[in-house]
Design a protein around this ligand. Structure first.
Ligand code: UDP
Length: 329
């Protein structure tokens, strides 16, 4: 049966892919986005679709949120300030968006009894780099005066809100913790490492590795992430639960990632190590390793990611090459 989905932040990287998939599966999709970091071009295909509707507005506006939510069957709340660069540069705006915006969405969802999936972040684990991190792993946070930990705290608050609405007010909520996700349409503007390195390599610029480059991340392909979200939406057992979504198999140090991108693009670029205080601000902290344990989602919906790091890099290089050739990259 076809359903109507509201996707907040649907003009963003992950939201636009989710929109395309839901439309392809026969659902109706309403996107609410203020286009602050999202881009209408991400919805070029969707906008040609008769079952697609776009609303230009902010989750900070309770009247708009109320109006768009009233006639929907399911909300996927992705609108947020994301990207370490953005949240470090605009901490207050990020905090307000991530706390008040989520409250507005959950409040309206509760009013109309609309099940809601809330996107959280692996940032909530803070400096816990023991990895692979299960959903029950401790949060090890630095001082809230450091913008990064303030962001992690805001996302943790979003989770608590979503789960408390479920327990105390019987709103059906699901929380997903997204780990590093990559794929077409991801902008390099907000700090994400793969789109940045790929463009630097294709232009022959120095590859800006922050810190020592020994820090480890694993990267999930957006197609896998969208499959996971859709699987959870369709599974009753996911209600009231929190799930990690990421790809533990694609684990790599940032220095190896830089070298792999240089090799794959055949670039003449060299690696430039940049101290964190130059890259971000004084007092910035990074985590050494961040890897998800995905056994919970695998057991609940039978999901495992399938896209390799090779595929992720091939997609990123292809998209950036086209953009640069067209003069827009
Ligand atoms: N990074 C880097 N150079 C860049 C951008 C990011 O070395 O130009 C590093 C960053 O410090 C982090 C990793 O790459 O250790 C992943 O960064 P990203 O912002 O993509 O995601 P994060 O894991 O920090 O949320």
């Amino acid at each position: 049966m076809s359903r109507t989905f509201l996707i907040t932040g649907g003009a963003g990287f992950i939201g636009s892919h989710l929109t395309d998939r839901l439309l392809a599966e026969g659902d109706e999709v309403v996107v609410l986005d203020n286009l602050s970091t999202g881009r209408l071009e991400n919805l070029d295909d969707a906008r040609r679709h008769p079952r697609f509707h776009f609303v230009h507005g902010s989750i900070l506006d309770p009247l708009i949120v109320d109006e768009v939510l009233r006639d929907t069957d399911f909300v996927v709340h992705l609108a947020a300030a994301v990207g370490v660069k953005l949240i470090v540069e605009q901490p207050l705006r990020s905090l307000i968006t991530n706390v008040r915006g989520t409250e507005n969405v959950l409040d309206a969802a509760h009013r109309y009894r609309v099940p809601t999936l809330v996107a959280s972040s692996s940032e909530i684990y803070g400096k816990n780099d023991a990895g692979p991190l299960a959903e029950t792993a401790d949060r090890i946070m630095g001082s809230p005066t450091v913008a990064r930990w303030a962001y992690g705290s805001a996302k943790a608050l979003d989770e608590i809100l979503a789960l408390t609405y479920n327990r105390e007010r019987e709103l059906q909520t699901i929380v997903v913790r997204l780990f590093n996700t990559v794929g077409p349409r991801q902008s390099p503007a907000y700090g994400m490492v793969i789109p940045r390195f790929v463009r630097q390599a294709l232009r022959g610029d120095a590859i800006t590795v922050f810190g020592t480059g020994t820090q480890v991340r694993c990267f999930g392909h957006v197609n896998d992430v969208v499959s996971a979200i859709i699987g959870l939406i369709h599974t009753e057992a996911s209600v009231g639960e929190v799930f990690n979504i990421g790809n533990p198999a694609n684990e790599i140090t940032i220095l190896d990632l830089a070298e792999e991108i240089i090799r794959r693009t055949g670039s003449s670029s060299t690696v430039k190590l940049i101290p964190y205080e130059e890259a971000y601000a004084t007092g910035f902290e990074d985590m050494h390793r961040r890897i998800p344990d995905i056994s919970k989602i695998s057991t609940t919906i039978g999901w495992t990611p399938t896209e390799s790091l090779e595929q992720i890099l091939a997609d990123a290089i292809e998209e950036a090459s086209i953009e640069i050739a067209a003069g827009s990259g």
